[in-house]
Design a protein around this ligand. Structure first.
Ligand SMILES: NC(=O)c1ccc[n+]([C@@H]2O[C@H](COP(=O)([O-])OP(=O)(O)OC[C@H]3O[C@@H](n4cnc5c(N)ncnc54)[C@H](O)[C@@H]3O)[C@@H](O)[C@H]2O)c1
Length: 270
């Protein structure tokens, strides 16, 4: 039996990156908890596949093509949500890419691109959602950050880390600005979670998996469906007094000192 505090019936939830990975699982989780869902992705056929999985759950579902780095497309997205649903109660800002490269070589436009994708894009979505939620007097925004926005990954991810650090601070600022008017803003920071790109990189360089596991006390990488619990918690009344929280979803990664070891650590036990 599920607890009523986690019930999202009657709420409209928008999730970006809903064609794949954690965005897809977050959207499925919200629908399982009773929400109507708007599935947003640059990959419309992929979002439509997710919609096909959600439809049998009985709620309303709509897939919309949108590039979340493009602020005009974000504005149009919210205008479509207005006309189709008339409200938005939950927003999961999941999609967004960074750029990689040696910091000494990176062209500045690659840095600007990462900031546009992850910071300006997420801010534009928060702003559009926030305006509507403030009017309603209620809403929950969940921004995706990364452990790479908290401390450094040190493998060419400088623009990504800079952007995710800004997403964390943006979350704190917005949560403070809007807390007294019913709008909660929180962030989730995943560590390495399996996705198609990660699988490809590990297939090319198999020792990568052990390196990642060396930083994760749980001794494994995350699975996309593990986003459902934290996301439903933050979206629902179960977290009614939680705002400005920066929640790691990382198997213990951020708790571990860089030189630390733990029982089962691949560096200390055979
Ligand atoms: N997987 C990880 O290890 C990890 C760790 C920390 C943070 N993150 C962040 O979490 C988010 C999702 O990761 P994932 O592993 O679920 O990814 P994924 O690759 O499985 O899925 C990403 C989805 O986002 C969509 N997308 C990409 N760019 C977009 C854009 N500009 N506009 C709209 N949609 C776009 C893709 O089409 C895809 O459906 C990303 O922002 C990523 O940076 C991932």
């Amino acid at each position: 039996m599920s607890h009523p505090l986690f019930d999202l019936s009657g709420r409209v939830a928008m999730v970006s990156g809903a064609a794949n990975g954690m965005g897809r699982q977050m959207a499925i989780g919200f629908a399982e908890a009773g929400a109507d869902v708007v599935l947003v992705d640059i990959n419309l056929p992929g979002a439509e596949l997710t919609a096909g999985e959600i439809e049998p759950l009985g709620g309303r579902v709509l897939a919309i093509a949108c590039d979340v780095s493009n602020t005009e497309q974000i504005r149009n997205l919210y205008a479509t949500i207005d006309s189709e649903f008339g409200r938005v109660d939950v927003v999961g800002n999941v999609a967004g890419e960074g750029n990689v490269g040696r910091p000494e070589d990176l062209p500045l436009d690659k840095v600007q691109e990462a900031l546009q994708n992850l910071v300006v894009g997420r801010f534009a979505s928060c702003q559009e959602a926030g305006r509507r939620m403030l009017e309603q007097g209620r809403g929950s925004i969940i921004n995706f950050g990364s452990i790479g926005g908290w401390n450094s990954l040190g493998r060419g991810h400088t623009p990504y880390g800079m952007a995710m650090g800004a997403v964390i601070q943006m979350t704190r600022e917005l949560s403070t600005e809007w807390a007294s008017r019913g709008v909660r803003v929180n962030a989730i920071l995943p560590a390495q979670v399996w996705n198609d790109g990660l699988r490809k990189r590990v297939a090319e360089v198999p020792e990568l998996e052990e390196t990642f596991k060396g930083g994760i006390p749980m001794g494994r990488l995350g699975n996309p469906e593990e986003i459902k619990g934290p996301a439903i918690f933050l979206a629902s009344d179960a977290s009614s007094f939680v705002t400005g929280a920066i929640l790691p979803m990382d198997g213990g990664n951020l708790a571990l000192n860089a030189g630390g070891t733990y029982p089962g650590s691949p560096r200390t036990y055979a």
